[in-house]
Design a protein around this ligand. Structure first.
Ligand code: ADP
Ligand code: MG
Length: 242
C-alpha cells in the first residue's frame, strides 16, 4: 500500500457531496428540503452545521451518512459516486465510513454501557474478535472506564452521550456524524462532549460533522456551515490553527 505518500501535505476529502438536492412529496405537497448542496468532509476537521429548524440540516447529514438517497446530486466515497448504488450496497458502506450520534442517545436500556457498545461492534462486523475488549477500550477512550457495567438509567446525560460516542467509534469509522448530540445536555456537559469530539478529530484524525443550534460550540469547529431554506448559505472557518 504505497498510496500514503501521494498526498503529501494535501489531505484528500474523506467524503464529498456535490450538488445534492432532496425533494419530498409531489405536486402541491412537494417540499424541497435541500437544494444544490456541495460539501467536502476532511480528516481531522470538525464541521458544524447550523441553521433554523426545518432548514435542511438533518436532510444534509442524512444524505452524507447514506441514510437518505438524494433526489439529485453525487456522494463521493473511496473515489466512487455512491449516490447511484442500489440500496443493498449501502449498509456495508455506511458501517465502514460512518458512526452516528443522536440527540436522544438511543441506547438500549436493558444493556450495560459495555453491552451497548460491544453489540454495535458485532452488528457492524460479526467476525470481530473479542468485541467486549474493544468496547471497553472505546469506553475508556471517552472517559467511562469506571462505568462500563452501568445501565443507561444509572448514567447522567453526558455519560450516556459518551457511551453513544463510544458506540459510534465501533468499527473505527473515519467520519462521526452527530445530529444535535448536545441539545439534551446542560451547557457544561455539552461543552465537555464537544471537547471529546474535538479531541477525536485532532488526535485520531476523525472527521466530525455536528448539527447544532448552539453558537458556543463554534470555538471547537474548523468550519461552520450555515443552512437556510435548504441551501448552504455560508461556510466560515472560525478556528485558527496557529
Ligand atoms: P432540520 O434538521 O434543519 O430541522 P430537516 O432536514 O429535518 O430540517 O427538514 C427540512 C425540510 O424538509 C422541512 O421543511 C421538513 O418539514 C421537510 N421534511 C423532512 N423530512 C421529511 C419527510 N420525510 N417528508 C416530508 N418532508 C420532510
Ligand atoms: Mg434536524
Amino acid at each position: 500500500m504505497a498510496t500514503a505518500s501521494i498526498h503529501q501535505g494535501v489531505q484528500p476529502a474523506l467524503a464529498r457531496i456535490v450538488g445534492a438536492s432532496k425533494t419530498y412529496g409531489a405536486g402541491e405537497n412537494q417540499v424541497t428540503a435541500l437544494s444544490d448542496a456541495t460539501l467536502d468532509i476532511m480528516p481531522g476537521e470538525v464541521t458544524l452545521i447550523e441553521g433554523p429548524s426545518g432548514s435542511g440540516k438533518t436532510t444534509l447529514i442524512s444524505i452524507l451518512g447514506l441514510l437518505l438517497t438524494p433526489t439529485t446530486g453525487e456522494i463521493w466515497l473511496e473515489g466512487q459516486n455512491v449516490a447511484g448504488l442500489g440500496e443493498r450496497h449501502l449498509p456495508a458502506l455506511r458501517a465502514r465510513h460512518f458512526g452516528f450520534v443522536f440527540q436522544g442517545f438511543n441506547l438500549f436500556p436493558a444493556l450495560t454501557a459495555l453491552e451497548n457498545v460491544s453489540m454495535a461492534i458485532q452488528m457492524k462486523d460479526p467476525t470481530f474478535k473479542r468485541p467486549k475488549d474493544e468496547a471497553r477500550r472505546l469506553l475508556e477512550q471517552v472517559g467511562l472506564g469506571p462505568r462500563v457495567h452501568h445501565l443507561p438509567a444509572d448514567l447522567s446525560g453526558g455519560q450516556k452521550q459518551r457511551v453513544a460516542i463510544a458506540r459510534a467509534l465501533g468499527g473505527n469509522p473515519p467520519i462521526i456524524i452527530g445530529d444535535e448530540p448536545t441539545a439534551a445536555l446542560d451547557t457544561k456537559t455539552a461543552l465537555s462532549v464537544m471537547e471529546l469530539l474535538r479531541e477525536l478529530a485532532t488526535t485520531h484524525g476523525r472527521a466530525v460533522v455536528v448539527v447544532t443550534h448552539d453558537p458556543r460550540l463554534e470555538r471547537f469547529a474548523d468550519r461552520v456551515v450555515r443552512v437556510e431554506d435548504g441551501r448552504i448559505s455560508s461556510v466560515d472557518s472560525p478556528r485558527s490553527h496557529a
